[in-house]
Unconditional design. Structure first.
Length: 390
């Protein structure tokens, strides 16, 4: 491929299409095959789903899995950085506990900005590693502070690893903690990255291309993720499941048809790139069979998985009638004890922070260290004849 080779022809139909399918750059961390789903640096995500989460982050950053020594050193570095968390900066979140408290994704974004305000070095790797290392404590503090239980926060033990330290800080122990760790680690790995063009990643990289800080870029990415067509679909999907309240296929069908008639999205289905069931949906539903086979929400999810695609196929404009990652994740999070769907997107965001940081690092190192140029696509003006004031 040379610089002048034509990769893609842009037609008028591509305009105002959300840049669907238009190649704009290269990505080294992951790609999404429309049928086989996401691959991290070449590995299908299912091969990686039961590894240690730090090793998969290492893969995204270094483009290969670590040796045992490298894995140990990476975990130690993260643990060290977590210990130096500027927790005082998070007092800003306490002012939000009075009156209207906003959405947890607002808190996540503000928390990331607060950490950046307290400790930005300007070095992309250092800031990325600090943020990844400190996310578990930010998450735990958000959960406990919003829940009015900030005094329950257990002292951070970063040597436990990212996911386990989070559940430890929440005060989880024994079998309950083990179940949470198993599901959260699996969820975390599956949500780390999804190619270069998904909305939150693209947003984070666009902001970073102007040489904004890692913290400002990632907070912007989290704001992008908070939309219900993107990351917040996992919340919307479980709320939908709870509204349905039955795994009777006929009742579910009526519900789905009524939603479509009201022009509301069927959350947990459809995708901008995938054209088959998302392997992450299959994997999460598979984990549910192990963790919560008799859970009511889980049973409804399984019925939705069967009932919805044929209905969506009746609408030829819907390019992908199959389940996406958000179909099954909420029922699992609910079953392991996270009862409030409004928190689910923060788990998605927590994981995606690492993937987006890895992509920002790649873009900053591009062109022999000069970095990817500032994002500046072209918009074609319409309805704007030249005018002058008299
Ligand atoms: N329910 C209802 N309508 C849908 C759905 C769906 N699940 N999927 C697509 N459509 C509609 C879409 O709104 C569009 O309508 P219009 O032309 O009137 O604007 C039409 O079908 C064509 O859309 P597509 O080209 O198939 O999908 P697109 O790439 O534009 O959008 C999603 C992708 C994911 C935004 C869309 O499938 C959707 O809204 N799904 C439900 C929300 C959801 O689950 N989002 C999570 C996606 C994964 N993630 O975590 O980010
Ligand atoms: C996903 O994980 O499915 C996304 O971030 C959405 C996308 O890839 O467009």
């Amino acid at each position: 491929m040379t610089e002048d080779d034509s990769l893609f022809t842009i037609t008028e139909g591509h305009l105002d299409s959300g840049m669907r399918g238009i190649p704009v750059g290269t990505c080294k961390t992951s790609f999404v095959d429309p049928i086989e789903g996401v691959h991290y640096v070449g590995y299908p995500v299912e091969d990686l789903a039961n590894l240690e989460e730090e090793d998969v982050i290492y893969l995204l950053m270094h483009k290969r899995l670590p040796t045992e020594e490298e894995s140990e050193a990476f975990r130690t570095e993260l643990a060290h950085r977590a210990m130096e968390m500027p927790t005082g900066a998070l007092r800003v979140l306490e002012s939000l506990t009075t009156g209207s408290s906003g959405h947890p994704m607002d808190w996540l974004s503000m928390g990331i900005m607060a950490l950046g305000a307290a400790d930005t070095t300007g070095d992309v790797r250092t800031d990325s590693m600090n943020l990844i290392a400190r996310m578990p404590e930010l998450m735990a503090r958000i959960f406990l502070l919003r829940g009015g239980k900030k005094e329950n926060l257990q002292p951070s033990k970063p040597e436990l690893g990212l996911v386990e330290n989070f559940t430890h800080m929440l005060g989880m122990t024994g079998e309950e903690a083990e179940r949470m760790n198993r599901v959260l680690r699996f969820f975390f790995i599956l949500h780390l990255d999804h190619g270069g063009g998904n909305l939150s990643t693209f947003t984070g990289k666009a902001v970073a291309s102007g040489r904004a800080t890692v913290y400002a870029s990632i907070a912007s990415a989290m704001n992008a993720l908070s939309g219900p067509l993107h990351g917040r679909a996992n919340q919307a999907c479980l709320e939908f499941v709870q509204r349905i309240g039955t795994d009777d296929p006929d009742e579910i069908e009526s519900f789905v048809r009524a939603e479509l008639a009201a022009k509301r999205p069927i959350f947990g289905f459809g995708h901008g790139v995938l054209r088959a069931e998302d392997p992450r949906a299959r994997l999460l539903i598979g984990l549910g069979a192990e963790v919560c086979p008799d859970d009511e929400n889980y049973r409804i999810v399984k019925t939705l998985r069967e009932v919805v695609p044929p209905i969506l196929k009746e609408h030829p404009k819907i390019k992908n009638p199959y389940p996406n990652v958000d179909l099954g994740s909420g029922s699992l999070l609910h079953a392991i004890g996270f009862r409030k769907p409004e928190y689910y997107t923060t788990f998605f965001g927590w994981a995606r922070v690492a993937g987006i940081c890895a992509q920002i690092m790649d873009e900053r190192n591009a062109r022999d260290g000069r970095g990817t140029p500032i994002y500046r696509p072209k918009y074609i003006p319409i309805n704007q004849p030249h005018r002058r004031l008299e």
